[in-house]
Design a protein around this ligand. Sequence first.
Ligand code: NAD
Length: 286
Amino acid sequence: MTATLLKGAPIAQHINEQLSEEIAHLSDHGITPCLVSVQVGEDEASRIYRNQQEKKAAALGITYRRLDLAPDMTEGQLAKQIHGLNIDPQVHGIILQTPLPKGMDLNAMQEAIDPRKDVDGVTQANLGAVMAGRPGLYPSTALSAYELILSTGVPLKGKEAVVIGRSAIVGKPVSMLLVNQRVTVTMCHTGTQSAGLLEYHVNRAEILVVATGQPQLVPGAWVREGAIVIDVGINYVDNAIVGDVAAEAALERAAYLSPVPGGVGPLTVTMLMRNTVQATRSLTGF
Ligand code: NAD
């Protein structure tokens, strides 16, 4: 078997077309969605993400504003800046770029964001919404992995899924999105690895999502025949980008595999834009 590659770009293209229609509808009412990216200090990876976000926003007709703040500012000052964006009616989405400078409490700063403008889905309110299966702004990377799974058209109910990685913005919300579709989900993490049980669980997975940041953690030989494999990992090894799955060998066993680069990544920014349009519509009532 050679897996079908699950590429993010064609799916993103399809979603962009829907977003363009919604943005045109908003424009008819004099509204332009506006996303503000808040950066405290400097970070190379954030610089690249912000450029990608700005490019995608411009292509769709979403206003993208950068708020660059000094690295030595206090948490109180940052919270005040975020509050200013919360109450600004021209602003519909806020994304707080990470990492924050050492010593700043990321969770507290994320909680300062109005959940209705939290387009990265990092506040407790939105994480709770994904858990409860209620409407909300879900984390964009988790949405991207989920959309790739949906794009296979394979009926999900009753399937065995294994998610490796338990972060609040990827592993946990992906697990919840799948559970809400009546998928049987096993969550794995460093504890599973310490117990020597990763291979056992991966072997069982009809749907496998790997989000660990550990290059080639999953050998291809572990992958179940016919599985849907979503590789979320982005790792820089010898000047190349690789995922968390040994893709070449996995391709021989899986039915679908998302490549790195080119799978989850291109769709994540689109999901951020979709959340921005969703936030604009619910804030403005259009
Ligand atoms: P994180 O560091 O917050 O979480 C990693 C998780 O992996 C942890 O829960 C940890 O328990 C688990 N883990 C780590 N090593 C493990 C091991 N050896 N065995 C089993 N489990 C292990 O990371 P994150 O923010 O969830 O991101 C995960 C990966 O996804 C990273 O490579 C990141 O770069 C990538 N990512 C990609 C996108 C995208 O758009 N493609 C977006 C966000 C994150």
